[in-house]
Every structure is written in C-alpha cells, then in structure tokens.
Design a protein around this ligand. Sequence first.
Ligand SMILES: Nc1ncnc2c1ncn2[C@@H]1O[C@H](COP(=O)(O)OP(=O)(O)OP(=O)(O)O)[C@@H](O)[C@H]1O
Length: 298
Amino acid sequence: MSYGDKTAVDGLSLAVDRGSITAVLGPNGAGKTTTLETCEGYRRPHSGRVRVLGLDPIADRRRLLPRIGVMLQGQGAWSGVRAMEMLRHIARLHAHPLDVDMLSDRLGLDECGRTPYRRLSGGQQQRLGLAMALVGRPEIVFVDEPTAGMDPAARRTTWELLREMRADGVTVVLTTHYLEEAEQLADRVHIIDHGRLIASGSPLELTRGGTAATIRLVVTRPFPPGAPDSLRIALGDATEVTQLDERSLLVIGPADSTTLARVSHWCEEQGVLPESLTLGRRSLEDVFLELTGRELQP
Ligand SMILES: Nc1ncnc2c1ncn2[C@@H]1O[C@H](COP(=O)(O)OP(=O)(O)OP(=O)(O)O)[C@@H](O)[C@H]1O
C-alpha cells in the first residue's frame, strides 16, 4: 500500500489464527492502521492479496461485513448522536447482537449514555467504539489502538472483554503501541517497522533469549567511541550490547553478579561513572530495539 510516493505497507505477509488474539506492534507510522484498513476493506491494496475469513475484503464486502467488527482509531460515530443511541443503532443493524445493556454496563457507558458523541471524553469515545465493534457478535474483530486514552480501569476492562471474546471463539486483531498490552493479551505478536514485518512469535518466544534478562546502564557523561564493542568483549560471547543513546547502553544476557561486576569494572576502565544500572526482564521493547536500533515509543 502506498500513498503517492510513500510506501506504507511493503510486502507484509502474515496470517492470523482463528480464535486467537494477534497484536500488530510498531512505532508511529509503521503501517499498522493501513494494514488493518486494508483487511477491513477500506483500502484497496496496490499489490498483493488479502483474505479475511477466506473472503476478499473489497470484492466480497457485502458477505464479509456482517461477520467482522471494526474499531477505528478515533471517530466512527456521528458527532451529534448520543452514545447509547449510537450503540443501539449499530446493534439493530445486526442479526444477533449482544445485549446492549450488558455491554454498556461492562464498559461503563451508562454514565455517559445521553451525552452527544462529540462531548464524550477521549476514553469514553474509545469505550463506545469498542462496544460498537463488539455488539454484532463478530467472528473477527479489528481494533486499532483499543485502549489509547483509556484510564487504567477501562484498560483492564477492555482486556477482560477481549479475552472473553477469544474464549467465545472470536478472532481479535489489534494494533498497539503498548508493549504491556501485547504481552498481556496477545497469543501472537507481529512487530512491524516501515511497513515490513520484522519479527513474529508469541510474546514468550520473542522475549526469550539467554536468561531473558537485561541490564540498562546509564552513565553521567557520553561513552567514548566503540563503547558497545569494548563492553561486549569485556562481557564475553553470551551477551549482546546495544547503544541506546550517547549515555545509555542495553546489555542482554545473563544478569548475574559476575556480569554486574564486569560492567562496573569496565566503567572504571573507561573512566565513566554509572548514573543508574537497572536489571530487568527482556521486554518486547528490547526486542524491537535490538531489531531496529530504535526505541518503539518516541
Ligand atoms: N491518508 C494518507 N495519506 C498519506 N500518507 C499516509 C496516509 N495515511 C498514512 N500515511 C502514511 O503512511 C505511513 C503508515 O501510516 P499508518 O497510519 O498506517 O501507520 P501506523 O503504524 O498506524 O501509525 P500510528 O501508530 O501513528 O497510528 C505513515 O508514514 C503515514 O504518514
């Protein structure tokens, strides 16, 4: 998919299992929304092939639409319509909708049911958008950044609802910037960057590696040139070292006391003073960083 000269999705190839939750993860502009919109039939791919439930999202649109649910990134409702009017309207368009009152109760829409869409808060609009995507009992639901702008309680409710949908056999495809969301929810994560697939796997497969641990080292002054290579040599073959910025390095490997002692010894040799030394589990963020050399979130 291109927009003029700009290639937004570039030979991306991925498949989603029925009844699973799949997260498409990537930084701003990676091509996540374009990918979803192509699957939803809103955009015609310039080349390649898309099938959803075995159907062509554009040629078979009429057959596909009743079977899918879509939560767009923002918008999706008329600005003057009241929240519950909108939800009831969407429910009436479906043959076997979910119980609207149950959904509204679960997603806390009761408090704003009579509020016009344009006056809803960002989080309330998101919750209504999710309810609209789910109310038709879709076989597959596409949710674009479902919890962006939600408070922590609403985020947890959303995760619960999506897990319940999966338990009922619904296929969920979501995009997210939130690594925690992908780690919490997804059976499979596809990491994309510049419209290309750069890694796929379960969160565990992607974050496994050695003892799945990291050490983040931040020092008070910029590192001398060649610091990552020199630290890698000091630590031995089992470790990977990535420079995050001029004052911080990420070490992936065994985070044991020997490694820590070697890191501080190396700092002394290099004449740099550690400002912080943080141990952690290797996260999807670290995976993204290793693959691209950049942080996922700006
Ligand atoms: N309608 C459009 N016209 C021109 N360029 C566009 C359009 N929509 C998206 N793009 C460009 O295509 C690329 C992919 O955009 P897309 O919205 O698919 O990314 P994204 O991964 O969903 O980003 P975000 O996380 O910010 O929502 C970006 O470089 C974006 O600027």
